[in-house]
Design a protein around this ligand. Structure first.
Ligand SMILES: Cc1cc2nc3c(=O)[nH]c(=O)nc-3n(C[C@H](O)[C@H](O)[C@H](O)COP(=O)(O)OP(=O)(O)OC[C@H]3O[C@@H](n4cnc5c(N)ncnc54)[C@H](O)[C@@H]3O)c2cc1C
Ligand code: SF4
Length: 463
């Protein structure tokens, strides 16, 4: 154990080369690097890192095993609390969670918990799944709607508790945003997402794809006719928002969700697939979150000159710092304090430019961030042929509108208490469907809490 060793840097693909391909940006640690980094952990008596992990991974315990080279043990410790370590090690905002709370971060650099988790997760994929202890089989069946992180986490814990669990997924591949949203260069689909979904299936969870709950079958039919004793809704927030400015229905304006789904799920990034996608020469992505960074970096990899337009300043960017840093390294242009007011088209109805106003920052708003105020007479046009809107998403109303008595709030999110209990007995919910667009680990945490509540509900204990 030593605080003197500096944080071990992680190797990455050269920015000039990686912007021309969809291979992973970050190479991750090798064993030697992982052991050295793991040796920095102080094994605090009250580990703040665990308190700030929404799924309570026993961080110092697994790190100790990595330091000693006991990778089977390290993987088994993580598997107790997370079925998706390779995913989380890659995409979790560790800087605001476990690593943000690590004591080493007070005076220096925190332990690279995320990179160590990724190392163990990848090792586990390469060396076979961990055996996880399961409770004796129970006869009750639980239906899970959606195979994103919330659904997968809930399903894993219920399967470990002995229930018969089946996930119903609308798309043809499981994984939710991990599969259709986050690009291959940040989260490889076959190597990581499919492999970790397989681990969930090995726990006994069945996954049926191409089932749209609310269309193919309703929740009431699942409960009344198909014998499911409880249902967990983890259907996410896949409905994109637009700005409602003139020109938004011109050809060449798309949501980031559509652009990324065509690229990832429909494999537009792979030359062997003939996926319909319009990339254009000059792409403007409106927004400043992870989704905007993913869209702009994807557009650059598909050959476009790609630009971010964001109405606040750099300090207010909601995207992970690492993603912004990577985007800059890859030559993405950033127009900060810039707000679109209109999209301009040519005679054929295609985008030709986006008209923007320059902004300055005023007082903090309800979110605590300084609000952008337009600078008078500052309008200017940015030439482009594609505009991608990455302004956030909300839940699809289908499930709420086909399930009587299921309450939603004014943003269309399902109403559920801290255990995931909705307004209907036996129906639980969690993840983006309840909170609106958030993070992978928060969705997993909500799935785990709901699994506990479902177990209590089905055991006739107070939830
Ligand atoms: C492009 C992008 C990048 C992101 N980057 C990050 C990041 O770097 N780090 C991070 O922590 N978070 C990131 N997020 C956010 C994160 O991915 C989500 O918060 C998380 O996936 C939410 O999990 P979920 O299980 O609630 O929903 P989802 O992942 O959305 O999964 C919901 C699933 O339910 C299915 N479904 C929906 N309706 C139905 C229905 N009626 N019947 C059956 N199935 C249905 C959907 O097809 C989907 O598979 C990103 C999001 C996007 C879009
Ligand atoms: S807070 Fe940091 S140093 Fe302490 S146990 Fe957690 S990872 Fe180790």
């Amino acid at each position: 154990m030593s605080t003197k060793i500096p944080r071990v840097p992680v190797r990455e693909q050269d920015p000039k080369i990686r912007v021309t391909n969809f291979e992973e940006v970050c190479y991750g640690y090798n064993l030697e690097e992982a052991q050295l980094e793991a040796s920095r952990c102080l094994h605090c008596r009250k580990p703040r890192c665990i308190e700030h992990c929404p799924v309570s991974v026993q961080i110092p315990d697994f790190i100790r095993q990595v330091a000693q080279g006991n990778l089977t043990e390290a993987a088994a410790i993580i598997a107790e609390d997370s079925s998706l370590p390779s995913v989380c090690g890659r995409v979790c905002p560790q800087e605001s969670q476990c690593e943000g709370a690590c004591v080493l971060g007070v005076k220096g650099e925190p332990v690279a918990i995320g990179k160590l988790e990724r190392f163990v997760g990848d090792w586990s994929i390469d060396h076979g799944p961990q055996t996880v202890e399961k409770s004796p089989a129970k006869r009750q069946k639980v239906a899970i709607i959606g195979s994103g992180p919330a659904g997968l986490a809930c399903a894993s814990d219920l399967a470990k508790a002995g229930y018969q669990v089946k996930i119903f997924e609308a798309l043809h591949r499981p994984g939710g945003v991990l599969e259709y949203g986050i690009p291959e260069f940040r989260l490889p689909k076959d190597k990581v997402v499919a492999a970790e979904v397989e681990n969930v299936k090995r726990l006994g969870v069945e996954i049926e794809t191409d089932v749209i709950v609310g269309r193919t079958v309703t929740i009431d039919e699942l409960m009344d006719q198909e014998g499911y004793a409880a249902v967990f809704i983890g259907s996410g927030a896949g409905l994109p928002r637009f700005m409602n400015i003139p020109g938004e229905n011109l050809n060449g304006v798309v949501s980031a969700n559509e652009f990324l789904t065509r690229t990832n799920l429909m494999k537009a990034y792979d030359d062997r697939y003939d996926t319909p996608i319009y990339v254009g020469q000059k792409v403007v992505v409106v927004g400043g979150g992870n989704v905007a960074m993913d869209a702009v970096r994807t557009a650059a990899r598909l050959g476009a000159d790609a630009t971010i337009v964001y109405r606040r300043g750099e300090a207010e960017l909601p995207a992970r710092q690492e993603e912004v840093h990577h985007a800059k390294e890859e030559g993405i242009t950033f127009h900060m304090l810039t707000n679109p007011t209109e999209i301009l088209g040519n005679d054929q109805g295609w985008v030709r430019a986006i008209r923007c106003l320059r902004m300055e920052l005023g007082e903090p708003d309800a979110s605590g961030r300084r609000s952008p105020i337009p600078i008078p007479d500052s309008a200017f046009d940015l030439e482009c042929d594609v505009v991608i809107m990455a302004l956030g998403t909300s839940p699809n109303p289908l499930i709420a509108s086909t399930t009587a008595g299921l309450e939603t709030n004014r943003w269309g999110c399902l109403v559920a208490d801290e255990n995931g209990q909705t307004s209907r007995p036996g129906i639980f919910a969690g993840g983006d469907a309840v909170t609106g667009a958030a993070t992978v680990i928060l969705a997993m945490g909500a799935g785990r809490k709901a699994a506990l509540a479902i177990d209590r509900y089905l055991s006739n204990l107070p939830v």
